[in-house]
Design a protein around this ligand. Sequence first.
Ligand SMILES: *Cc1c(COP(=O)(O)O)cnc(C)c1O
Length: 422
Amino acid sequence: MSDNGFFDNYGGKYVAEVLRRPLDELEVAFHEAMKDKAFLDELEVIRRDYIGRETPLYFAPTATKLLGGAQIYIKLEGLANTGAHKINNAIGQCLLAKRMGKKRIIAETGAGQHGLATAAACAKLGLDCTIYMGEVDVRRQQPNVAAMELYGAKVHPVTSGSRTLKDAVNEAMRDWAANPDTTHYVLGSALGPAPFPDIVREFQSVIGREVKKQAAERGIKIGAMVACVGGGSNSIGFFEPFINEKEPRLIGAEAGGIGPNVGENASRMTGNAARDGILQGYKSRFLLDEDGQALPTRSISAGLDYCGIGPQLAALGRSGRVEFTSILDKEALEAVQFFARNEGILFALESAHAGAAAMKLARQIPSDQAIIINMSGRGDKDVFITSPVFRPEEWLDFLHAEIERLESSTDIHNAKIMGERK
Ligand SMILES: *Cc1c(COP(=O)(O)O)cnc(C)c1O
């Protein structure tokens, strides 16, 4: 837990006066809920029956043999309903909002993964849902937008600034400040102003608790745990039960993008342009220019493409408890292929950064110990990004054929019928 919102000197609550009350109210409600047996029991049942927990801890025999060192295990968070770890936090916060008597949920989303998880959680729990998403992202992430709308969410395109994630966060904050009595803001990663880093870590720590129990039951000696780090929610939840122990090694894999120069990556802990700063309500490590403005970032994985990192991870990086490494786009793509072909497991591009880091590390860890990779999500969602790389011509043919099919087809007819039914 943070010390009054701080992790060493990172964290805090750097917000406008209007947001202090909803944040304070949330903090009190969160601590009450975590002591309320009825709340915890309900959460437990939803985790089991709706999310599909616990997720498996899979031994990867072929990867272990090929990499020639540590035993490779994979925590299959990608098997969680909706396909990634984000649902753990979305369900937790939506249930908390319900307990607080809020009927309306808002959230920000970049690539759409957090928006999708929140929309699903709201559908499941009967809450009204609005997702703020930059107009640019709405256009390029149509599959996720379509799913959010199927779940009944209103997707609100944000037209200010660069029309991407940062602007969606600002818009969600503005909405929350205007509607604090009816509305809860479900923040999507372990960052932002206190108490969000504590809340998100708590709801994601179910991952790490399961790993600890699964490893103990099977007598697995863990040498290292590896997770990818965007804002930091899957990694901090995966690491949580081990942070105050000396072992195992905890390793975060950041997006190295296409290289080390400014604008080519999203390496907040290992990159050249990383510095301390305060942005969007919290103090942490960011990619900033000399005037403290956010720098452009780049990664093949939308979920890691962000200029900031959660304050607790920034502190754990400084203390040395968590090590950070940077993985190139190319290495992540290779890891996707490696685990798909050799284990029949399709990693999300984000999670493939953790997979790639484990591939590099395997020989440094003795063969009687395990490396556990957190596969934060599955890769089905990435077909629009991986196919143009792995099989560009076939993909282009497919897209052309899809347009033709749509222009001539019965789907348009069906859309008309659905329209008439409305
Ligand atoms: C969003 C996302 C991430 C990155 O977010 P964290 O908060 O760092 O976990 C990683 N993996 C997947 C599959 C995601 O959807």
